[in-house]
Design a protein around this ligand. Structure first.
Ligand code: ARG
Length: 262
């Protein structure tokens, strides 16, 4: 067991944070790096910190994870101070469209659908999809999903993917919740039979919670990328920083730190 995060603290904390903050995602934000309180330019980032090992909060409430380290690296390279806001995943695109933040790192897959509304950097990670069940579950293949309740996070590619599987392959009830930690709680308390999630995230939950799971054989999703408001002038510099991280081995170092399989 080498995961750098603790599910229970993440769940408890995100519940507290969500209750305390509601959907408050407003606040003055710098558009494309306006001056902050210090003399450093500020990069306003949004994320949905319910997605370890990409983004979560530690017991003290600090953001941590692969995306957080990568964002800090990118900001450093560009000479910006990074400010991070936590919001629901399905609010992130809207926050970019209304220019409330400069960029989003949230394990977000660079889909064609999203490209209509936001721009993306080059991809920085690729994953897959997995179905998670309780350990003693007899659901082990796609066909076994017939008549069951499958949970997904609202606004994710898994929500779209599950709808497609429903149309094409096997019929089940779909339940979308707006927080990935809550999705796991739903599974643990038998309110859903299966959670459908990003593979890297699923593997973490399976190990931490002694769950079971199987790969989705139907999809190959696009890689994760940084998202920006359409036409942002930050894209070039962010791409350069990601390329540098790739070439220098920094990206691999972060993958080894956060994404190595159990
Ligand atoms: N990769 C998936 C998507 O783009 C899920 C991302 C969910 N991220 C999160 N921080 N909850 O839809």
């Amino acid at each position: 067991m080498s995961k750098k995060w603790n599910l229970f603290s993440a769940v408890a904390l995100s519940a507290i944070v969500l209750t305390a903050c509601g959907t408050d995602t407003t606040g003055s934000t710098a558009k494309n790096g306006a001056e902050g309180s210090s003399d450093k330019k500020v990069l306003e980032m949004a994320t949905s910190a319910d997605f370890p090992p990409f983004e979560s909060r530690d017991t003290a409430g600090n953001f941590e994870g692969f995306d957080i380290d990568l964002a800090n690296y990118i900001a450093d390279e560009m000479g910006y101070e990074l400010k991070i806001q936590d919001m629901k995943f399905d609010g992130l695109i809207g926050a970019l469209q209304s220019d409330r933040v400069d960029l989003v790192l949230s394990g977000m897959s660079a889909t064609d659908k999203r490209k209509k509304n936001v721009d993306f950097s080059i991809e920085y990670n690729r994953s897959g999809e997995m179905f998670i069940t309780l350990k003693d579950s007899d659901i082990q293949t796609l066909e076994d999903l017939e008549g069951k309740t499958v949970g997904v996070q609202l606004g994710t590619i898994q929500e779209d993917g599950a709808n497609k599987i429903k149309e094409d392959t096997v019929d089940f009830e779909l339940k979308a919740v707006d927080n990935a930690n809550i999705l796991i709680q739903e599974l643990l308390s038998n309110r859903i039979d299966v959670a459908y999630m990003d593979k890297a995230v699923a593997q973490g939950y399976i190990a931490e919670q002694d769950l079971a799971g199987f790969n989705d054989p139907t999809t190959s999703s696009p890689g994760m990328a940084v998202a920006f408001p359409k036409g942002s002038d930050l894209i070039k510099e962010v791409n350069a920083a990601i390329e540098k991280a790739e070439e220098s081995g920094k990206l691999q170092e972060l993958k080894d730190k956060w994404l190595s399989e159990e």
